[in-house]
Write a protein of this length. Structure first.
Length: 91
């Protein structure tokens, strides 16, 4: 059984050009995307348990989780493109 195709960075170096990158995304922008977002079956505790799997040395570190309340959770992040002012943002 064959695994997934391996892709190397060299195959995609042309995408470092902004125009080539945008041209590659153009067909996706024409698609009608349907997002099926439903309430979690097991409730907010299950969502927190799911997210907690990503807090240790992966995408969301403990210090980025700022708050969790009834409407949702607040995560802190850095906007490195900002030249002046505060780079710290929350979402």
């Amino acid at each position: 059984m064959k695994g997934p195709a391996r892709v190397t960075a060299g195959e995609h170096t042309a995408l470092t050009d902004t125009r080539a990158f945008n041209d590659g995304l153009a067909p996706q922008r024409k698609c009608e995307w349907v997002v099926d977002a439903k309430r979690p079956f097991a409730g907010p505790e299950a969502v927190l348990a799911y997210l907690s799997r990503y807090t240790h040395r992966v995408a969301i570190s403990n210090n980025r989780l700022l708050a969790m309340d009834d409407p949702g959770m607040t995560v802190g992040w850095q906007e490195y493109r900002v030249k002046e002012g505060s780079k710290g943002k929350t979402r």
